[in-house]
Design a protein around this ligand. Structure first.
Ligand code: NAG
Ligand code: NAG
Ligand code: NAG
Ligand code: NAG
Ligand code: NAG
Ligand code: NAG
Ligand code: NAG
Ligand code: NAG
Ligand code: NAG
Ligand code: NAG
Length: 442
């Protein structure tokens, strides 16, 4: 009896604990992207049967129905979305963002299709390419249709063609414009998470990168997407192990919504368990609970923040079946600070030959999960009793419910001059009406 009472009163860490979100990456649209931020669009393989590629929809349906998974991360390159291997220049500023992104009717081509990959050298505005965006959106809608939460992941390593955004590469405004367009499209879509950028690394100035992240966050909120969680990525491949020591955690803590709140802003962290943490080897060397996930959990708890482990994994090896299961058990046991986890990766990866594959073998109706998935990713849900969906609750709340007075104004963003954090204009209005008023100014 005492034991039960103790569990009830502490809640967090009880045997029934489980992180809110659990799932896998459904890769393919990102194929051809290098860590330099270059993308060979000829190699992009959107994981959709309609595109002649792997059946990402059937995989996601399987993961939801048979495994109780409830989140999929959907990597895509910036180049793919704008159908250009040339960096965007002269981005349209806030004034025209609204008009250029008003809901365009888009349709998807079927049959085998290679994305348009303009090798153009002409300056481009960074506007979303309707054809390519429709393809990506089909994957997003397929994901949402399963009832899962879906993560939009711009898989560019903070770069475009080997140059860091805001630090020699595309301007912050170009990046904010990309997100403004995406946010406008999905402003009223629930169950979406915006993963600003996959794995920034070798960032010359972390404070400058933080400014870039802030502008993207402000652009998203000012486009009207005020309820979706946004993932904030740090340097060193947003590695969980060095997230605090390398300064990512403290720097990104200064990023806020336009009203100054931190609501629905979560840190994005990655961790692989192989010898060099690269996520390429079949074998794992440890679970990294003590040196990584415990200290990060302490930091998050002290600061009242949360993180999503949006890439993690291991190979089909006894070392990983042990270590990875322990890692996932720890994440599940700390749902007050870890929103959840996404394994790398299913989708377009071969179920047989890719070292870190999480692609199930077989086909729709007879999928068989990889052991690392059934035993760890799924098996460590619900206190190790199996993968079926449980009703974990998230501390991340939607702005508008008990949120602080809104202070957002569009002026900061339209100027494109990085004043996004200074606005304190609409002090007494609620978040939603403040946003509406702000948008009407555009
Ligand atoms: C997979 O099969 C199920 C029935 O077993 C069906 O409902 C579903 O539509 C199929 N999914 C795809 C993508 O074909
Ligand atoms: C933004 O657009 C407005 C109106 O077209 C223009 O006056 C202003 O110069 C533009 N600002 C930037 C930074 O391009
Ligand atoms: C773009 O140009 C590069 C270099 O010429 C070439 O390797 C690549 O295949 C081209 N991409 C497309 C999509 O045509
Ligand atoms: C991050 O930390 C590692 C290990 O402490 C160090 O080797 C690396 O240089 C750091 N990177 C950055 C960008 O600070
Ligand atoms: C941001 O990161 C830099 C580089 O790691 C570090 O020197 C600085 O202290 C950090 N800023 C904050 C606010 O922690
Ligand atoms: C946002 O989080 C930071 C630390 O991560 C904290 O210092 C600050 O008070 C928080 N702001 C609000 C409005 O909660
Ligand atoms: C796959 O894992 C093995 C064993 O660690 C390693 O030797 C090999 O290089 C890996 N393959 C790739 C493509 O990284
Ligand atoms: C995983 O490893 C086990 C043991 O080596 C092997 O029997 C099984 O076929 C492997 N699974 C895949 C999908 O390769
Ligand atoms: C989830 O529940 C279904 C129906 O009860 C069951 O068939 C399936 O094996 C369960 N999955 C896991 C991973 O426990
Ligand atoms: C989760 O909540 C839904 C809706 O309230 C309910 O139908 C379902 O049975 C619950 N599942 C579990 C595992 O408690």
């Amino acid at each position: 009896m005492f034991f039960i009472l103790a569990l009830v009163s502490y809640g967090v860490g009880s045997v029934a604990a489980v992180s809110s979100l659990a799932g896998v990456n459904i890769a393919g649209f990102d194929f051809g992207v290098e860590i330099t931020g270059t993308a060979n669009l000829n190699n992009a393989q959107g994981p959709l049967k309609a595109l002649g590629n792997s059946d990402g929809l059937a995989q996601m349906q399987h993961f939801v129905k048979n495994d109780g998974l409830n989140m999929f991360r959907l990597p895509v390159s910036w180049q793919f979305l704008i159908a250009s291997e040339t960096p965007p220049t002269n981005p349209t500023n806030g004034t025209s963002i609204k008009s250029t992104t008003s809901s365009t009717k888009i349709t998807i081509k079927t049959g085998t299709f290679r994305p348009r990959a303009a090798n153009n050298t002409a300056a481009n505005s960074g506007a979303l390419d309707p054809t390519n965006f429709a393809q990506y959106d089909t994957l997003v809608q397929s994901c949402l249709g399963t009832g899962a939460t879906c993560v939009i992941d711009i898989h560019n390593y903070a770069r475009f063609n080997n140059k860091v955004i805001g630090q020699g590469g595309p301007s912050d405004e170009a990046f904010a414009f990309l997100w403004s367009q995406i946010a406008t499209k999905y402003a009223t879509t629930p169950n979406l998470i915006f993963g600003l950028m996959n794995e920034p690394h070798d960032i010359p100035s972390l404070p400058t990168w933080t400014t870039t992240v802030q502008k993207a966050v402000s652009a998203i909120r000012l486009a009207g997407a005020i309820t979706q969680t946004i993932l904030l990525p740090g340097t060193d491949f947003t590695g969980a192990q060095t997230f605090i020591s390398n300064g990512s955690a403290r720097n990104l803590s200064t990023v806020h919504n336009p009203d100054g709140s931190n609501t629905s802003l979560a840190f994005d962290v990655h961790k692989y368990l192989d010898v060099d943490g690269s996520g390429t080897h079949t074998e794992c060397v440890g679970d990294h609970v003590k040196d990584t996930f415990e200290p990060l959990a302490r930091f998050l708890r002290e600061e009242g923040r949360m993180a999503l482990l949006s890439e993690t994994g291991g190979g089909n090896d006894t070392s990983c079946l042990a270590a990875f299961c322990t890692t996932i058990a720890f994440i599940n046991a700390n749902p007050d600070v870890y929103l959840g986890y996404a394994g790398w990766a299913a989708g377009g990866f071969s179920p047989d030959t890719y070292n870190l594959t999480m692609t199930p073998q077989g086909s729709n109706g007879s999928f068989v999960d990889q052991q690392i998935v059934s035993q760890c990713l799924v098996g460590q849900r619900n206190g190790g009793e199996g993968g079926n969906r449980t009703n974990g609750t998230s501390r991340i709340q939607s702005p508008g419910i008990g949120s602080p007075p809104v202070t957002a104004t569009t002026k900061e963003f339209t100027g494109g001059a990085g004043r996004v954090r200074d606005g304190r204009v609409l002090g007494l209005l609620g978040w939603a009406s403040g946003m509406a008023l702000g948008l009407s100014v555009l």
